[in-house]
Design a protein. Structure first.
Length: 348
């Protein structure tokens, strides 16, 4: 039965209840006066009962035991009556519970991060180096995309999918954190990296599909031309944002020698013309990150350009909860009435 839903007690304890007639609680003061009156009236009365000692002793003892128990429990009727009155006061106050529900709908975006992990990414023109700066900012970008599915493709002289598109961002961030340069064939296969990213997105049902491709070099490996890959991206309505990472001119590059780590200055060779073409062909944009700060700013710009549409709906419902108090109050009054004329019956 709905009106016997005892969850109302929990709702009161966690303040999820409101009273339509809170002024009814003033009646509690009358109940307190009733309690005071009862206490003082009972102090004046000490009932006694004389019994002839000509009765058998066993019968007298049994009678005394029964009488003593009734005397000890004589206040229980008042207690039941008082609790019933308090329950009626609660019912008069009209408790109402309110339940609310928030519904969130999102037109999520599926995103693939395509990161260059060639050995040239160890250059230290960005701090601490290019690959660590790229990883740090990619993780910050992911943290801002709670409603999107994101995947990871890495490439150098070859490419592979490190993580398919997923909403489990914790796993994705752990994979990015553990990325290292030099673990696959060296080189810069931009076309191969882009085509691998496209293959992970082409069957996506998301309303918006995006690839963020970051590299510090020119396409010099792989058997797929970057321009061909961008044409395939067009077919599948995939937008490509390209990022060229590296300062202009020369950059310090660490090399291991018999005398320890030594730095040499190497040319920064980024094919900006190609990266711009890839972006323009797919209605994306090209960015140049010449510093760690600039890279952070670029990810922030992409984040703003590719915002998921999130809608929130709130539902609220109020329910009357006085039934349980009214029912329990009536139940206690009936219990008191039965006890009064049975076990606690007063002999005249």
């Amino acid at each position: 039965m709905d009106f016997l839903n005892l969850d109302i007690i929990d709702k009161i304890l966690i303040n999820d209840i409101k009273f339509l007639n809170p002024e009814a609680f003033y009646l509690i003061s009358l109940n307190l006066l009733y309690i005071i009156y009862y206490i003082f009236s009972n102090l004046k009365h000490f009932p006694s009962l004389n019994i002839s000692n000509s009765l058998p002793s066993k019968l007298i003892n049994n009678f005394n035991i029964n009488l003593n128990l009734r005397v000890k429990l004589r206040h229980i009727l008042f207690l039941i009556n008082n609790i019933a009155l308090l329950l009626f006061i609660m019912a008069l106050a009209r408790p109402q519970s309110s339940s609310s529900r928030k519904e969130v709908t999102s037109d999520g975006i599926d995103i693939i991060l395509a990161l260059d992990i060639s050995t040239s990414m160890l250059a230290e023109d960005l701090k601490p180096n290019r690959i660590e700066a790229a990883k740090k900012n990619a993780i910050e970008f992911i943290d801002n995309r709670e409603s999107d599915r994101i995947g990871l493709v890495v490439f150098a002289g070859e490419s592979y999918t490190s993580c398919p598109i997923t909403s489990d961002h914790t796993v994705l961030k752990n994979l990015i954190t553990n990325l290292k340069s030099g673990v696959i064939t060296d080189g810069t296969a931009i076309g191969l990296g882009l085509s691998t990213a496209i293959s992970r997105l082409k069957d996506s049902k998301a309303k918006s599909k995006v690839i963020v491709l970051l590299t510090d070099g020119s396409n010099n490996s792989g058997n797929i031309a970057p321009e061909t890959a961008s044409e395939i991206a067009q077919v599948y309505n995939i937008k490509v944002y390209t990022i060229g990472i590296g300062t202009k001119g020369k950059a310090p590059y660490p090399m291991q020698t018999p005398y320890g780590k030594q730095y040499v200055m190497v040319d920064v060779d980024i094919d900006e013309s190609l990266l711009k073409t890839l972006a323009e062909n797919t209605n994306g944009l090209y960015f140049r990150a010449t510093s760690t700060k600039a890279l952070k700013s670029i990810y922030e710009k992409i984040d703003k350009l590719e915002k998921s549409k999130i809608e929130q709906f709130y539902y609220s419902k109020k329910s009357e909860e006085f039934h349980i108090f009214l029912f329990l109050g009536i139940l206690l009054f009936i219990t008191e009435f039965i006890l009064k004329f049975t076990y606690f019956r007063v002999l005249q």
